[in-house]
Design a protein around this ligand. Structure first.
Ligand code: NAP
Ligand code: GLV
Length: 310
């Protein structure tokens, strides 16, 4: 069996030998190589942000495995019809996302953002005490990561609302679905967490109109993709006080360009796309398991629906 790996960084030095060893241990001896132009057709490709040239050449693979949860960078390429794209399904990301989002929500709820600022300014000033019942958190996207985040927030006794494309039931979460229910959802939450996939339908979803539906002085946490947010509308909402603060882990252009207005904004907390990292050993174990299933003609979770875009 032949497997090709591609990522636009130097991670092949780890992924190639570790994937090869894991396949061998699973009884699937394979030659795993970093992709280069002109290589013979592989059985499987394991990729992050592959170039169009790889898809053009490696169009007869049995499947493309993506080493992340989001597949937006792949679906903008010209893709051979019927070639399955299989994304990571949790693989250790859900607990990381629950940790990250919970700390960001708790920081706003407890006023730790303003306490940090006043202490830095040399002032001893207690932040106001808020009522938990009045601090509802709304999670956009109730998939693998969003549902886990919503449940983690519910254990801290925040009222939790969730929004998805199709109707969903998640324990402890009041659920909404579809674009028609989005305004009612936004009007009831003091903090919005974005965990949607980036698709033509969700691109720019968090614009001036949607931010205006949120109660004045509420918060935004974007851990999905930068393009969900219209940057200028977010800045205007922060500057007018419509939003009291935002935590952004993802950006339209990454790394965030040095001249971008987000840098240094007093109401923004920025992190470098680190809320849920791909964990190599968990991910390799999941990919090997799914390769075995594909080879045996069995169904696997995480197969991307090209019509939905996630
Ligand atoms: P997922 O399991 O596919 O869940 C996606 C959720 O979004 C589903 O609940 C889906 O609704 C909902 N959704 C999709 N389109 C919608 C629409 N137009 N309107 C309303 N709801 C919609 O994805 P996941 O594994 O939770 O990952 C979510 C995203 O997180 C990824 O796509 C990726 O961009 C991002 N991510 C970021 C990081 C990071 O480090 N910052 C790490 C990993 C992932 P249905 O349930 O009805 O289908
Ligand atoms: C990271 O952003 C991912 O989609 O896994």
């Amino acid at each position: 069996m032949r497997v090709l790996y591609y990522a636009p960084d130097d991670s092949a030095q780890h992924w190639v030998p570790e994937l090869q060893a894991a396949l061998q241990a699973a009884g699937l001896p394979a030659q795993v190589q970093a992709w280069e132009r002109g290589m013979p057709t592989a059985d499987f490709c394991v990729v992050w942000k592959p170039p169009q040239a790889m898809l053009d050449e490696q169009h007869s693979a049995k499947a493309y495995f993506v080493t992340g949860a989001g597949v937006d960078s792949l679906l903008t390429l010209r893709f051979p019809p019927r070639l399955p794209v299989i994304r990571l399904d949790d693989a250790g990301m859900a607990v990381q996302m629950a940790e990250y989002v919970t700390q960001a929500v708790v920081r706003y709820f407890r006023g730790l953002d303003s306490a940090e600022a006043t202490m830095r300014a040399g002032q001893w000033q207690l932040p106001p005490v808020r009522s938990r019942a009045d601090f509802a958190v709304g999670v956009l996207g109730l998939g693998v990561l969003g549902a886990r985040v919503a449940q983690a927030l519910a254990t801290f006794e925040f009222p939790v609302l969730g929004w998805s494309r199709s109707p969903k039931q998640v324990g402890g979460v009041r659920t909404f679905h579809g674009i028609a229910q989005l305004p009612a959802f936004l009007q009831q939450v003091q903090c919005v967490v974005c965990l949607l996939p980036l698709t033509p339908e969700t691109d720019g979803l968090l614009n001036a109109e949607r931010l205006a539906h949120m109660p004045r002085g509420s918060y935004l946490i974007n851990v999905a993709r930068g393009a969900h947010v219209v940057d200028a509308d977010l800045l205007a909402a922060l500057d007018s006080g419509q939003l009291a603060g935002a935590t952004l882990d993802v950006f339209r252009t990454e790394p965030l360009p040095p001249e971008h207005a987000f840098w240094g904004h007093p109401r923004l907390t920025l992190t470098p796309h680190t809320s849920a990292r791909t964990l190599r050993s968990e991910s390799i174990a999941q990919i090997v398991h799914k390769m075995q299933a594909v080879l045996h003609g069995q169904a696997v979770v995480g197969v991307v629906d090209p019509n939905k875009g996630y």
